[in-house]
Design a protein around this ligand. Structure first.
Ligand SMILES: CC(C)(COP(=O)(O)OP(=O)(O)OC[C@H]1O[C@@H](n2cnc3c(N)ncnc32)[C@H](O)[C@@H]1OP(=O)(O)O)[C@@H](O)C(=O)NCCC(=O)NCCS
Length: 180
């Protein structure tokens, strides 16, 4: 599958270690790092290189899956994901997750929702029947993206990441129109 996706305003593309300055800038910001992994901001550029190098493993074997840089006019503004969703307790990874992180300078333009639609289209085109998003229970901005994508709120769930998340699902069979 093509590794790039074009939308009205965005280019979603695979990332390389050359993108480490952006990734370091993104995840060294507490307001972004808070919602990812350990929650601790990055303190060294090498952590960004390592995160980029881990992206293929994170995306797994399915050709549609990936971790994509989101670019506006060739400049990265964030990251979107279509990746296997880790089950709690180390169970089989059968669910598929969509996700997003934007640089704070790029919040408030609808880029996460536009990128979300793009990875949803890609996932459903690849034949996935359901796509999940899992959010920290108090991450209201991310939950708002889920709602703008027409996802159904599943409430608090313990099924993934060995933690409690507020989860959302979108079924291919019931996908609503694309009003943003
Ligand atoms: C979660 C996150 C991606 C949401 O970003 P966002 O910019 O709020 O979301 P969107 O890109 O969908 O933009 C929607 C906002 O843009 C506005 N907007 C402006 N122009 C727009 C356009 N052309 N189309 C759509 N929305 C537009 C909307 O009105 C809305 O504004 P509001 O928040 O004041 O209601 C961002 O806050 C973030 O990266 N947070 C840190 C990391 C994180 O939490 N990741 C998720 C982990 S689960």
């Amino acid at each position: 599958m093509d590794a790039t996706i074009r939308t009205e305003r965005l280019l979603l593309r695979s990332m390389t270690p050359d993108d480490a300055d952006f990734v370091f800038d993104l995840f060294s910001r507490p307001e972004v790092a808070r919602w990812s992994g350990s929650g601790e901001p990055m303190t060294e550029r090498g952590q960004a290189v390592a995160r980029i190098e881990a992206q293929p493993a994170r995306a797994g074997d399915h050709p549609a899956c990936g971790v994509f840089g989101i670019a506006v006019d060739d400049a990265l503004v964030g990251i979107a994901m279509l990746v296997p969703l880790p089950s709690s307790g180390g169970g089989a990874r059968e669910d598929v997750e969509i996700g997003w992180h934007l640089h704070p300078d790029a919040w408030g333009h609808g880029y996460a929702t536009e990128a979300g639609h793009a990875v949803v289209d890609r996932g459903f085109s690849a034949g996935f029947e359901e796509l999940y998003a899992v959010t920290d229970p108090v991450n209201e901005r991310s939950q708002a993206v889920c709602r703008r994508l027409g996802m159904t709120d599943l409430g608090l769930r313990d099924d993934w990441y060995d933690t409690t998340t507020r989860a959302f699902v979108l079924a291919a069979a019931s996908r609503p129109g694309r009003d943003q």
